[in-house]
Design a protein around this ligand. Structure first.
Ligand code: HSE
Length: 434
């Protein structure tokens, strides 16, 4: 049988990795796919020194690939929302299948893209868009299809996890670690996407959609970054038996779906609390299976290429099948998606870590406790440290039981207005993941 012809748009980190893996493992891949997979054209802005593209035709125009009648599958690896959207929509219009690693594109424009793909009977595969080399989309969409998914919690940004790990283990400065992550090709073109949680929110939006059968709703995701985390809080968390991780959490509740990315204290003995460096991990809790954990490299040249190539194999296997009988893009049949709402952060529920800078006066602790108890907030533990030498203030660290964010917001406002409390109260959410 003739090989399937693939056009790669973008020969950067992931594009280069994809080309190399396809070439190196060509025989093994063909044995799995049932046909060879040939890169018939590449669109690149500049050559990738890590790729020997040999005689493969090269263009600098991605649309030349999309419009090339010889190409069966377009691999979109240029990133971003604008040109990538146009490219993918045009590829679909031209009747071509698409494989993409572009989480921003899927999270923001996925509903429109999948509708168009259904109309044209083509596949849009996006395994590499979430957690790099971990086949978590396939696992949730297919492997856990028996379950009512309760929640998903993941470390789904390698750059952020790398930064937090280096800061905690080596006391390195934030900026310094970020530069290294950029040099290693982990960070997004705009690294604020990594450190402000936007990249993780893109991925979480996709995971939530395939876990709960809801449309993609990136605009409803709550995001909070890691740029304001201090080494003091990292240390206090450790002393209390926790690790701080930048977590994406999607939880199904009776009232709606929680969709939130923020720094989170996790008990240090949880496996996911020990996922370090650029590694990613996603926990998925289903009613039948219980908790599962998927771990691996969340970014990087060949780990991400591993997912892109796996998608290509899937496309090759399914391209001759009846479109109606393929695995639905978002796991659930398109006419069976639910309108269960995504909840605003104020309606979400979690436990909290609070750090209060208190004056060294009698009665401040009693006032703090009474503000929390008046709002039904149950204190789990309190740790009070020695007065700081530079300002004489006492760091008071509290862990609370689970409470609605709205109640915690009101309590924090009241705490900050106490005469004995100085400055803003630091609040970090706590999840036990059990
Ligand atoms: N910037 C992303 C990360 C790349 O650091 O996880 C993979 O999506």
């Amino acid at each position: 049988m003739k090989p399937v012809k693939v056009g790669i748009c973008g020969l950067g980190t992931v594009g280069g990795g994809t080309f190399n893996v396809l070439k190196r493992n060509a025989e093994e891949i063909a044995r799995r796919a049932g046909r060879g997979i040939e890169v018939a054209q590449i669109a690149q802005r500049r050559p990738n020194p890590k790729c020997d593209t040999g005689i493969t035709p090269i263009t600098d125009d991605v649309f030349a690939v999309v419009d090339n009648p010889e190409i069966d599958v377009v691999v979109e690896l240029i990133g971003g929302y604008t040109v990538a959207r146009e490219l993918v929509m045009r590829a679909i219009s031209n009747g071509k299948h698409v494989v993409t690693a572009n989480k921003a594109l899927i999270a923001v424009h996925g509903n429109e893209i999948f509708a168009k793909a259904r109309e044209k009977g083509v596949i849009v595969a996006f395994e590499a868009s979430v957690a790099g080399g971990i086949p978590v989309i396939k696992a949730v969409r297919e492997g856990l299809a028996a379950n009512r998914i309760n929640w998903v919690a993941g470390i789904i940004n390698g750059t952020g996890n790398f930064i937090l790990t280096e800061m905690r283990e080596k006391g390195r400065a934030f900026e310094d670690v970020l530069k290294e992550a950029q040099a290693l090709g982990y960070a997004e073109a705009d690294p604020t996407f990594d450190v402000e949680g936007i990249d993780a929110a893109h991925k979480l939006t996709i995971l939530a959609s395939i876990a709960f059968g809801i449309p993609l709703q990136f605009d409803k995701a709550y995001t909070e970054g890691i740029t304001t985390l201090t080494t003091a809080d990292v240390g206090y968390a450790e002393a209390l038996g926790y690790r701080i991780k930048h977590l994406g959490i999607a939880r199904s509740t009776e009232k709606g779906i929680e969709l939130r990315v923020h720094p989170t204290l996790i008990p240090a003995d949880r496996l996911i609390a020990n996922v370090n460096g650029v590694m990613n991990a996603v926990m998925v809790n289903g009613d039948a299976v219980g908790s599962t954990l998927f771990y691996g490299a969340g970014a990087g040249m060949e780990p991400t290429a591993s997912s892109v190539v796996a998608d290509l194999v899937d496309v090759v296997r399914a391209m001759t099948s009846d479109p109606e009988n393929r695995v639905p893009h978002l796991a659930f049949q398109p006419d069976a998606l639910s309108d269960h709402p995504v909840l605003p952060i104020e309606a979400c529920e979690s436990a909290y870590y609070l750090r209060i800078q208190a004056k060294d006066h009698p009665g401040v602790l009693a006032q703090v406790a009474s503000i929390l108890s008046e709002r039904g907030i149950n204190i789990e533990s309190i740790m009070q440290k020695e007065a700081e030498e530079h300002d004489g203030l006492i760091p008071m660290i509290l862990l609370t039981h689970r409470v609605h964010e709205q109640h915690m917001n009101e309590a924090i406002k009241a705490l900050e207005s106490l005469e004995g409390v100085v400055g803003a109260v630091v609040r970090i959410r706590v999840e036990h993941l059990n």
